[in-house]
Design a protein around this ligand. Structure first.
Ligand code: C2O
Ligand code: CU
Length: 489
């Protein structure tokens, strides 16, 4: 009887809530401006992504409490061809609101998936729909952009590969290696809040969420081409070395690069960057390893094995190489975005600095303020530009650490580093600005909207290092905070 009574009360409450819904406050603003059709000749690629907690095994005996898309980290790899409609249903089975941002992809502002800027977070138990046309071939990724520090750290990311249209499918091996680190806090039964310092105590380094002997080897056929898509989705700069094998860089941040020489240098890859390399498979095993110089990096060695060869023991000494300077690499992006001799309509200087925090809202978990021109987000304001402007931004790094600066919505070209143009044509969406460096990027403001420009070390963005780029007087689609708690960082 008692149970029935409670059931009746609950049913009555649910009925009451349902009846009240139309007047019980605003509903969240979801993604807007979805494309409906692929480009002529393109296909519709539909994907369902369920954001949900899951236990992930990094190696036998080491399990973490992750947040995932479809139960895996990385989430499913989304494959499409230029011109296809990428059509995604997001189902939120997390205990809090979430979004999906499509890192490096050009799309309408309302599809950009930034909580509190381009949409409200999708509430727990609800779904949202994103759809946009794939415009540029390359290696991209998707991730939550609501409370990103915590949600990315827990595993809410996946890879998007867009193939060129009208080119024969390449033969050979095409492998994706996603580098990440895991905070100690996720090994506990109940993860600490994002504000817990433990969330930035990264103790385990992984490739495709496996570490040590659990890392899956990549197989290749000797004499045929091997493409490795390297992605850094974590917070550390990595130095990736492929022992004894010269490789050619064929893409940076997705954008195709041609004409560069093969190099045996170690490949630097900052947070959120991608770097694709190619080589012809030899008939000996190769080892991809991190040459970062911090102890957990030693657990990341990816065996690359000729087909049919058993797994040899991992060499105990893998050679180190000097670090490649990407700005000196003479490969050229096939689609430059800054015409030669373009005259900028707008120029900005953004000074990046850090200060110990004494408390307050923008403090990062390492108790530091990370500032742009002396302010922390949202006090950093917005860079206002007109549609079609050629915009130049110079970052001046006055702090003691690297800042991988990422612009949403529009790819940029690196125009100069400490006053010197790079050797090649570099088109990117994220660029590492080293301490005591000034680096200038240029882009055409050809997408109206409110776009984020921020450091992709997410505890730096939480600490304030974010600013907005407002193109073409566009209306802002969503606001920070409010009933849905929109918060991009
Ligand atoms: Cu990878 Cu603001 O995003
Ligand atoms: Cu930073």
């Amino acid at each position: 009887m008692a149970r029935n009574g409670i059931g009746l009360v609950a049913a009555a409450l649910v009925g009451l809530m349902a009846a009240c819904t139309p007047n019980s406050g605003p509903s969240p603003i979801g993604p807007t401006g979805a494309a409906r059709e692929p480009a002529p000749g393109g296909a519709i690629r539909h994907f369902d992504l369920t954001a949900e907690p899951a236990t992930i095994e990094l190696k036998p005996g080491l399990r973490i409490n992750a947040w995932t898309y479809n139960g895996t980290v990385p989430g499913p790899t989304l494959h499409a061809t230029v011109g296809d409609l990428i059509d995604v249903s997001l189902h939120n089975h997390l205990p809090e609101g979430t979004t999906i941002h499509w890192h490096g992809i050009e799309l309408p502002n309302g599809q950009d998936g930034v909580g509190g800027l381009t949409q409200d977070p999708v509430p727990p138990g609800s779904s949202a729909h994103y759809a946009f046309v794939a415009t540029t071939a390359g290696t991209y990724w998707y991730h939550s952009h609501q409370d990103s520090l915590a949600q990315l750290d827990r595993g809410l990311y996946g890879v998007i590969i867009i193939d060129p249209r009208g080119e024969p499918a390449p033969t050979g091996t095409d492998a994706t290696l996603v580098f990440d680190e895991w905070p100690l806090g996720l090994e506990r039964a109940s993860p600490p809040p994002a504000t817990d310092f433990a969330m930035i105590t990264y103790v385990t380094f992984t490739v495709n969420s496996k570490t040590g002997a659990s890392i899956t080897p990549v197989r290749f056929e000797p004499g045929r081409s091997v493409r490795l898509r390297l992605l850094n989705v974590g917070a550390f700069d990595h130095l990736i070395h492929i022992d004894g094998q010269p490789v050619t860089i064929v893409a940076l941040d997705g954008h195709t690069v041609r004409g560069g020489p093969a190099t045996e240098d170690a490949l630097p890859i900052g947070p959120a960057e991608r770097l694709d390399v190619e080589f012809t498979g030899p008939n000996v095993p190769l080892w991809v390893h991190l040459q970062d110089g911090v102890p957990p990096a030693a657990d990341v060695v990816v065996p690359l094995l000729p087909l049919g060869l058993g797994l040899p023991p991992i060499p105990t000494h893998l050679s180190a190489a000097k670090a490649l300077d990407v700005f000196d690499y003479p490969g050229n992006a096939t689609e430059p975005v800054w015409p030669k001799n373009a005259v900028p309509n707008k120029t900005f200087t953004l000074r990046l600095s850090e200060h110990p925090a004494t408390g307050g809202q923008s403090m990062s978990p390492d108790k530091t303020l990370y500032e742009i021109n002396g302010a922390t987000f949202p006090g950093t304001g917005a860079l206002d530009v007109a549609l079609g402007d050629f915009v130049q931004i110079t970052f001046v790094n006055d702090s003691g650490v690297d800042h991988p600066m990422h612009l949403h919505g529009m790819p940029f070209q690196v125009l100069s580093v400490d006053g010197r143009p790079p050797a090649g044509v570099l088109v990117k969406d994220t660029v590492v600005v080293a301490p005591n460096t000034h680096l200038t990027i240029g882009f055409k403001a050809d997408h109206p909207g409110w776009w984020m420009l921020h450091c992709h070390i997410l505890y730096h963005s939480v600490g304030g290092m974010m600013i907005l780029v407002h193109v073409g007087g566009a209306t802002r689609l969503a606001n920070l905070g409010g009933p849905f708690g929109g918060s991009p960082d």
